[in-house]
Design a protein. Structure first.
Length: 717
């Protein structure tokens, strides 16, 4: 471990840490040992329109069938549209930042990537209405693609932690997030319509965000929701030492439309289209404009901007058969396009343009049927990527292979078995095939064009249980789940800069990587208290990791490639709870501890060592209090993170983002409030980073905003 750099702050004082531990211990004990209360109080609260804790949410993603979180044998979380608006989250990744087990790294203002139980990017899966956002060009480590989903278009996020490859295939190792988008909401007699206008502004970001929505319905048979928005972000102001961080702002435009047609009471046809355009998003830490902090260094580029485009069109049919050999069905056909163009001006003044265009055709069929052996959920999914890639001055390929295709095909079966009155078993299995056909790849040795034509197969399974300690109140859950990830085009053919001071070259001949995770947890859901605690251990086998070749390129960057070198593990403890201790008052919070190591080659020497995983989440805790009455509410939130000083060799080499010795810990405080003026007007006000702390989320390329006033306005009609 390296010693602290000059002037290094070592995080909050011990008394604050002790106070946080006592507070969280109190919440957990009250959640897990207090006697169960009757469910009638919950029903009365729901009838009065009061929002219940997150555990009351009905989930579909975890098992592909509707269950409350209490009845789900996984660690799950939900983030609803109301929470997104109340806490004024700027991006989709930020909407996950308050959850236990999640670290939201931000390479730049427009490039955020959640680490879920230690994994990010191509080892987590993001779904939009059940359709994969992941494609074959997702690169190792954090990337910006989750940030291309407009959080204001989402009704709720469902988060499933841990491997879920049985249901969702390749990449689902750290976790799966499903963004369920908004539906028309003005159904009723005759022709009806409603409008909604949302605005968010933040002083430290110098930002303005607006969205307009129109919902139109005809009776109970037809509905249309159309929305669009603009985002304008200025240069972010940090705390008193960093101040304004130049070259960080960007612009974005979003639009979406969804049409629903109820063919009958049990059959719904959905057509939807989404469009996102982000312009000139700076990758600031790679440029001379980066503001060194706690010993980090600035990059050498004069410019490194990204244009990002995403289009999704789909048609889905959801229904119940009313008998026969299946009871319900879901069919989805989709076309997903993601395009990226990077404009770079090097320190020498030379200009470079590179990028790719990926079109993904997707098809999903899911069937559900009760049977003598339990509730069966089974189906298939198919995704076909077509990839074009370009790089100025390279006629062979761009950042990944040119003229390439990538296919994923899976068959899955899951059975939910009521073994006893209290015990439910959920067993599942998947057969997965993956294939790549890349016509134009640059040979890293000869520089000549080669092709890659490879295929892989895998079988994965899961066995989960749910044991009801107290009916409808307190349940044990857990089991074992396998994860699987086939090598993608980025693994096999990337010819591009990687982390700071690294340049990655193609690595044909890779094998799939696997993970097996064991988990044990407990859930509590009562009128006054709800909570969830879990411990997990994930074993990694054949993980695809980077290692140095010993060479450098013309710009002095270290050359790296990949191989299946990484056996290792990640384990952790997560605790979260909410306690309504008085009629109008609630106390809530969570805490996380993670540990993880993987085999790698930390130097150019052929010596394998077990090192910490990249960007390991430091010990983290959050504690908040909320008051609400008659349309007025406010909440105060404290967020604490310890020093992130358990560094991988890659972290130590990432000198543009991670200070020497690691990222300092921090304690920050936020306050938010709102007033429902009348049925048409909601006003929101946030005071964030009240102490104007200079702090950085571990692995990020810029500091978080300093003291900021965040205003919000919601107009409905």
């Amino acid at each position: 471990m390296k010693p602290p750099g000059p002037g290094r702050r070592r995080g909050p004082p011990v008394p604050l840490r002790v106070a946080a531990a006592i507070a969280f211990g109190t919440i957990l004990v009250s959640a897990l040992v207090a006697p169960p209360a009757a469910g009638q109080e919950d029903r009365e609260r729901a009838g009065e329109g009061e929002e219940l804790p997150a555990l009351r949410t009905t989930y579909v993603t975890a098992t592909r069938s509707p269950h409350t979180s209490l009845e789900t044998p996984y660690s799950t979380e939900a983030v609803g549209a109301e929470r997104i608006l109340c806490r004024a989250f700027r991006t989709m990744p930020q909407a996950l930042q308050d959850l236990p087990g999640v670290l939201v790294q931000e390479t730049a203002l427009g490039q955020g990537s959640p680490y879920i139980r230690g994994f990010t990017g191509l080892r987590t899966t993001f779904l939009i209405d059940g359709i994969r956002l992941n494609n074959s060009v997702f690169r190792e480590g954090p990337n910006q693609y989750w940030n291309t989903v407009d959080p204001l278009s989402v009704e709720r996020l469902e988060i499933v932690k841990g491997p879920s490859s049985v249901l969702y295939g390749s990449d689902s190792i750290g976790g799966t997030v499903n963004a369920i988008t908004r539906n028309p909401d003005t159904y009723g007699p005759g022709f009806r319509h409603g409008e909604r206008i949302l605005y968010r502004g933040a002083t430290a970001e110098r930002s303005h965000t607006g969205r307009i929505e129109v919902s139109t319905t005809s009776g109970d048979a037809f509905g249309l929701l159309a929305g669009g928005g603009l985002r304008d972000y200025g240069d972010v102001r940090g705390g008193p030492d960093v101040r304004t961080q130049p070259n960080t702002g960007y612009e974005e435009g979003d639009a979406d439309v969804k049409v629903e047609r109820f063919l009958d009471a049990d059959t719904r046809l959905v057509l939807a289209y989404q469009r996102v355009r982000q312009n000139d998003v700076p990758r600031t830490h790679k440029t001379i404009y980066a503001d060194p902090w706690e010993g980090t260094i600035a990059g050498t580029d004069l410019k490194r901007d990204l244009d990002q485009e995403r289009d999704l069109a789909y048609v889905q049919l959801h229904g119940r058969s009313g008998g026969g050999w299946f009871d319900d069905y879901h069919v989805s056909l989709s076309w997903h396009r993601q395009a990226e163009e990077q404009n770079r001006i090097k320190g020498s003044g030379s200009h470079e343009r590179q990028g790719f265009d990926v079109g993904t055709l997707g098809a999903v069929l899911q069937l559900g049927s009760p049977s003598p052996v339990g509730l069966l959920t089974w189906g298939l999914d198919l995704y076909h990527d077509s990839v074009d890639s370009f790089l100025d001055g390279n006629p062979i390929q761009g950042p990944v292979a040119d003229d390439a295709t990538y296919d994923l095909f899976g068959l899955y079966l899951q059975d939910e078995i009521a073994a006893t009155e209290r015990l439910t078993l959920t067993l599942g299995a998947r057969l997965q095939l993956a294939a790549v056909d890349a016509d134009r790849v640059q040979d890293p040795v000869t520089g000549e064009p080669i092709s890659i034509d490879e295929a892989w197969g895998a079988a994965v399974g899961s066995a989960r249980f749910l044991y009801r300690l107290h009916e409808d109140v307190r349940h044990l859950f857990g089991g074992v789940s396998q994860g699987f990830r086939a090598p993608n085009l980025s693994d096999l053919s990337r010819f591009d800069s990687a982390r700071s001071n690294e340049f990655e070259i193609p690595a044909p001949g890779l094998d799939p990587e696997r993970a097996t995770s064991w988990e044990l947890g407990i859930k509590e859901e009562r009128a006054a208290v709800s909570g969830q605690a879990a411990v997990f251990y994930t074993a990694l086998a054949d993980q695809i990791v980077k290692y140095p070749t010993g060479n450098t390129n013309d710009e002095g960057d270290f050359e790296v490639t990949k191989d299946n070198l990484g056996d290792g593990y990640v384990w952790g403890i997560e605790v979260g709870s909410e306690w309504r201790f008085a009629t109008r008052w609630s106390l809530f919070g969570n805490a996380t501890y993670l540990e993880g190591k993987v085999d790698t080659y930390p130097t150019a020497d052929p010596v394998e060592e077990r090192e910490y995983i990249d960007r390991l989440m430091p010990p983290t805790a959050r504690l908040g209090v909320r008051w609400e009455e008659d349309g007025v509410w406010w909440e105060a939130l404290a967020a604490w993170a310890g020093d992130a000083d358990r560094l991988s060799p890659g972290d130590e080499a990432d000198t543009e983002r991670i200070p020497p010795g690691g990222t300092p810990g921090y304690a920050v405080f936020h306050a938010h409030g709102g007033w429902r003026v009348n049925e048409h007007v909601d006003v929101r006000l946030g005071l964030e980073n009240l102490t104007d702390e200079d702090y950085r989320i571990h692995g990020s390329g810029l500091n978080m905003p300093g003291r900021s006033v965040v205003v919000g306005l919601i107009l409905t009609r």
